[in-house]
Design a binder for this molecule. Structure first.
Ligand code: UN1
Length: 503
C-alpha cells in the first residue's frame, strides 16, 4: 500500500502545511486504510487564499487568452501521462470502480481539451449600430476571483468543469475539494502547477463546511461555483445575498428518473434503468432514484431488472471486473439504510431486499447491495421525493404517458430524465412537459458529455450550467462602442446640439 500523504494547502504558489486541526482521508473500501492527513483550514487560511487569488488576478487577466489556453494543453499532456495513477488514487479514495474512475479522468481531460480549443474561439460579437459611423461590440471580461467548491463523487472531472472555464477567461481561483476526496483534489492542484500555471492563479484550501463557509463569506470572492447537496447550495445562496457583486452557480440535489413507456424495448429499458440507478452505487447527482414503468409492462420489466440487479458484482474498487464498489462512508450507509426502512414504512413492496453487505471483503468497507421496491405514486411519499444518493430504487407504475409526466414532475427537483420509447410523439411530449436540465431518449439518465449544458431547475439548481456553459457564468458581457466620425452622433435621434435652438 502507498505511503500516507501529507496534505497541504497551496496559497500564492507555496505549499503550506497547517499547524491547526487536521482530518484523515480513509478508503471507503477498507476503512482502516488512511490515504492522507489534511489541514482543516481556518478562516484565516481561507482569507489568505482569497487574498492570493486577488493579488494574482490583474496580471493573469492581462495575459493572452491563447497563452492561458496553451497552459491547458500542457495540462492535457500531463493528465494523459497520469491517467492510470489518477484513476487508481480516485478508486482508493472515493470507492468508485477503477474503470469508472478512468472514464472520469477522461471526462476531465475532455474538459481541458474543450477549454484549450475555446481559447482560439471568439470572446464576443460585433453588433450593428443605428449610426453608420459607430462600431459596436460585445466583449467578455472576467469577474475576478472564483471559489470552486466541489463534491467527492466526481472529484476530478467536476473541479475541471469549473476550473477550466474560470481560468481560461482570466479569473483566478480558490479551490476547495470535498473533505472526502482531498488527496485527488491535491493531486489535481499539483498537475496545474506542473503545467505552468503561475503562482496565485490557482489556490487550494482543504477543509469541510467551516472552510467552505469562510470562502463564501469572503467579500473578495466574486463567484461561487458549487456542486453538492441542496442544503449546502442553499446556504451558499443565502450567505451570498450579502454581497452585491456575487454570482452563484449551484448544481444541487436531484430525484432523477427513467420513464419506461408501454412500447419500450425491454432489454434496452432494463439496461438504462440499471445503469441509471446503480452505476457509481447510485451516487451521481444524476442517478435515478425512480423508474416509472407503464403498468402493462411492469411485471415483465421488474422480473428482468431484479434478476439482473442480483447479478451485479459489488466489491473492491481496484478490481475493474466489479460493477460498483462501496458507498462513500459509514454515515452514507446509515442514511441509505434509513431510507430503505422508510420505503417499507411508507408502503413500498420490497422486490429486492438489499442493504449492508458484511460477508468476506465487504466486511471491511461501506458496501451496500441494491434495494428495489414497488411504490404506488402518492404525493406525500417521502421516498419518492427526497434524494437518497445510494443504491435505493423505487419502481413506480403509471397508466398513461400524461400520468408519467405528472409523477415525474412531482418532486422538488429537476435535474435529469430519460424516456424509453419507440414513439416519437410520446418522446416529444416528455421533452416539452417534464422539468429537467438533461434529457435522454433510449439512454440512461447519466453520462453527460462535457460540451453539453449541465445543470438543473427547481431545487436542483439555479439554471447556471456547469461544464462548457460556464463560460457564460464566469464572464460578464461588456458593450464597447467606437465612433469613427469627427463629430458626436447619438442613437435614438438624441440631439447633439448643446447651444439650444431658436426659442
Ligand atoms: C455528478 O454526478 O455530479 O452525467 C456529475 C454524468 C457525468 C457527470 C455527473 N458526466 O453522469
Amino acid at each position: 500500500m502507498s505511503a500516507t500523504l501529507t496534505g497541504k494547502n497551496l496559497i500564492a504558489g507555496r505549499w503550506q502545511s497547517s499547524n491547526g486541526e487536521r482530518f484523515e482521508s480513509r478508503s471507503p473500501a477498507r476503512e482502516s486504510e488512511v490515504l492522507g492527513v489534511f489541514p482543516s483550514s481556518s478562516v484565516e487560511e481561507a482569507r489568505q487564499a482569497v487574498a492570493a487569488a486577488r493579488e494574482a488576478y490583474p496580471a493573469w487577466r492581462r495575459t493572452s487568452r491563447i497563452y492561458r489556453a496553451e497552459l491547458f494543453d500542457n495540462l492535457a499532456q500531463i493528465v494523459k501521462r497520469e491517467a492510470d495513477n489518477l484513476a487508481r488514487l480516485m478508486a482508493r479514495e472515493c470507492g468508485k470502480v477503477v474503470s469508472e474512475c478512468r472514464a472520469e479522468v477522461i471526462e476531465g481531460l475532455h474538459m481541458i481539451q474543450y477549454v484549450f480549443g475555446t481559447g482560439r474561439m471568439p470572446i464576443g460579437e460585433v453588433l450593428a449600430s443605428e449610426i453608420a459611423e459607430k462600431d459596436a461590440f460585445m466583449r467578455r471580461k472576467p469577474w475576478g476571483v472564483v471559489a470552486v467548491i466541489t463534491p467527492w463523487n466526481f472529484p476530478f472531472a467536476v473541479p475541471l468543469w469549473m476550473l477550466g472555464p474560470s481560468l481560461l477567461e482570466g479569473n483566478t481561483v480558490v479551490f476547495k475539494p470535498s473533505e472526502d476526496t482531498p488527496a485527488i483534489g491535491q493531486r489535481l492542484a499539483e498537475l496545474f502547477v506542473e503545467a505552468g500555471f503561475p503562482a496565485g492563479v490557482l489556490n487550494l484550501v482543504h477543509g469541510a463546511a467551516e472552510t467552505g463557509e469562510a470562502l463564501v463569506r469572503d467579500p473578495g470572492v466574486n463567484i461561487v461555483l458549487f456542486t453538492g447537496s441542496y442544503e449546502v447550495g442553499h446556504r451558499i445562496q443565502q450567505l451570498s445575498a450579502e454581497h452585491y457583486d456575487r454570482i452563484v452557480a449551484c448544481e444541487m440535489g436531484s430525484k432523477s428518473a427513467v420513464i419506461v413507456c408501454a412500447d419500450a424495448r425491454l432489454d434496452l429499458a432494463v439496461n438504462c434503468a440499471l445503469i441509471s440507478a446503480f452505476k457509481t452505487s447510485g451516487q451521481r447527482c444524476v442517478s435515478a432514484g425512480r423508474i416509472l414503468v407503464a403498468e402493462s409492462l411492469f411485471d415483465k420489466f421488474a422480473d428482468k431488472l431484479i434478476s439482473a440487479a442480483r447479478r451485479l458484482r459489488i466489491g473492491d474498487p481496484l478490481n475493474s471486473g466489479n460493477f460498483t464498489g462501496p458507498v462513500i462512508h459509514r454515515a452514507a450507509v446509515e442514511k441509505i439504510e434509513r431510507y430503505n426502512a422508510l420505503a417499507r414504512a411508507e408502503g413500498g413492496q420490497v422486490l429486492l431486499d438489499g442493504g449492508r453487505m458484511t460477508d468476506g471483503e465487504h466486511a471491511a468497507g461501506c458496501y451496500l447491495s441494491p434495494f428495489i421496491y414497488r411504490m404506488e405514486h402518492r404525493p406525500e411519499v417521502r421516498v419518492l421525493r427526497e434524494e437518497v444518493f445510494g443504491p435505493h430504487l423505487a419502481l413506480v407504475p403509471f397508466k398513461t404517458n400524461e400520468d408519467a409526466v405528472r409523477i415525474y414532475n412531482d418532486t422538488p427537483y429537476g435535474l435529469s430524465m430519460a424516456v424509453v420509447t419507440e414513439d416519437y410523439r410520446a418522446m416529444r411530449m416528455f421533452r416539452e412537459e417534464c422539468e429537467y436540465g438533461m434529457g435522454y431518449v433510449n439512454l440512461p439518465c447519466i453520462g453527460a458529455e462535457v460540451h453539453l449544458p449541465f445543470g438543473g431547475v427547481k431545487k436542483s439548481g439555479n439554471g447556471h450550467p456547469s461544464a462548457a456553459g460556464l463560460i457564460e457564468t464566469v464572464t460578464h458581457k461588456t458593450a464597447w462602442t467606437v465612433n469613427h466620425s469627427t463629430e458626436v452622433k447619438m442613437a435614438q435621434g438624441l440631439t447633439t446640439d448643446i447651444e439650444g435652438g431658436p426659442a
